[in-house]
Design a protein around this ligand. Structure first.
Ligand code: PLP
Length: 406
């Protein structure tokens, strides 16, 4: 079986993880701080906070901004559950918007969804292709949106508009208008995921780029979020461990969201070879697939770049023109039977029991449904060989063509 997305684990990773394990310091400490600094350098972010997941990063930012009961947060219908579940954790209401043709959220639909209850907009770069960052930022800073905004906390009053949170779980290394995703020009805050299937993995993990505009102080915000993401404790374990520094205080009922140095050890190795080695390999696989399917009338290839966007080559989201959801499922079954693991990114959230029970209906998001019903994600990972790529192209072609004539 050709697997879908095994992590890249080699001697460099094992050696650096072993070094962390033998160092005597395995939880949040020097390696996590170094990983944060290197991510700042990589993205140009004002400050980066590493956490145990992207989910934690999304939630901590909503909570910091005081999003709660009675509030609305705009979010794509076409995303993974983490993006919207955190809104429910905070007691607020997810307001789903439909997709554009490239899987990312439709900017006009975002504009229509803004109300006087909107406290944040969470964008997603599906499959690694950046969303329309500047158009959404422009909309979010427009007089109309600002005049609708009703601040309820000090932070909300200071910003004077909804918080723009970029869920960049898929898009580390992607660029928009020449800026790396995570850069201050693109969003107030950007969250990366380092989950096992992501381009850069720390097994589980995430990072938050803090890029709040003035008069916010991103360094102070970082210090506060370190406390908030560790039980509200005013010193982390590493600081407490320094001589004479044992006494600590708990200033609020914070969370347990911190990253460990064992995770950061993996992240450091991966980040240092990400642009020179991981991204080119993923690009190569995308090009091979595109070449393999380019003459197939039924194939719609994923967008990898436009005049302003450049993907991170996370998911190769192939679309099959003119098929039903049932046909797509049958194609996937045949692909599996031929020894290739594929996936679907994603089942739109209004199709999930949780969200259906809350009253959302997929018929209100017709574009998201159409994208979902025709989509198949193919394997993309570092160790994928040329022979495997050719086998996948062949197997997918046979499965599609046999099902199309049925
Ligand atoms: C779009 C999106 N957002 C958020 C997440 C959550 O990431 P994590 O598992 O690091 O919390 C994922 C994970 O798959 C995702 O695909």
């Amino acid at each position: 079986m050709i697997p879908f997305s095994p992590p890249r684990i080699d001697s460099k990773i094992v050696e650096e993880v072993a070094a962390a394990l033998y160092s005597g310091w395995i939880t949040t400490g020097p390696r996590t701080k170094m990983f944060e600094q290197e991510l700042e350098h990589f993205t140009g972010a004002s400050k980066v906070l590493c956490l145990n997941s992207a989910t934690a990063g999304l939630e901590v930012m909503l909570r910091w901004f005081g999003v709660g009961k009675g509030d609305e947060v705009i979010v794509p219908a076409y995303t993974y559950a983490a993006t919207a579940n955190v809104i429910i954790h905070c007691g607020a209401k997810p307001v789903f918007v439909d997709s554009g043709d490239d899987f990312n959220l439709d900017v006009d639909a975002v504009g229509r969804a803004v109300t006087s209850k909107t406290k944040a907009i969470i964008t997603v770069d599906i499959g690694g292709l950046p969303c329309d960052y500047l158009k959404i930022a422009e909309l979010n800073k427009s007089e109309r949106v600002k005049s609708l905004f009703v601040p309820a906390t000090e932070e909300q009053a200071l910003l004077g508009r909804p918080l723009m949170i970029a869920d960049a779980a898929h898009s580390l290394g992607a660029t928009y208008a020449g800026c790396p995703v995570g850069h201050p020009d693109l969003a107030d805050t950007t969250v990366f995921s380092f989950h096992a299937v992501k381009n850069l993995t720390t097994a589980e993990g995430g990072a938050v780029c803090l890029n709040l505009p003035k008069p916010f102080d991103n360094i102070e915000l970082y210090k506060y979020l370190c406390v908030k993401s560790l039980h509200g404790q005013n010193k982390d374990a590493f600081q407490k461990n320094q001589m004479g520094n044992w006494r600590y205080d708990i200033i609020e009922a914070g969370y347990k969201f911190n990253m460990t140095d064992v995770q950061a050890a993996m992240g450091l190795v991966e980040l240092r070879r990400y642009r020179s080695d991981m991204l080119p390999k993923r690009k190569y696989i995308f090009e091979k697939y595109s070449e393999g399917f380019k003459n197939k009338k039924w194939a719609r290839l994923p967008v990898t770049e436009t005049d302003i966007k450049q993907t991170s080559y996370h998911a190769f989201m192939l679309r099959i023109n003119g098929i039903s959801e049932e046909q797509r499922d049958a194609i996937i079954q045949d692909i599996f039977l031929a020894g290739v693991a594929v996936n679907v990114h994603f089942i739109p959230l209004p199709m999930m029991t949780l969200y259906k029970n809350m009253g959302y209906q997929i018929k209100d998001y017709p574009k998201a449904y159409k994208l979902f019903a025709s989509e198949i994600s193919l394997p993309v990972y570092y160790s994928l060989t040329d022979e495997q790529i050719q086998k996948i192209i062949w197997v997918v072609g046979v499965a599609v063509e046999e099902n199309l004539i049925k």
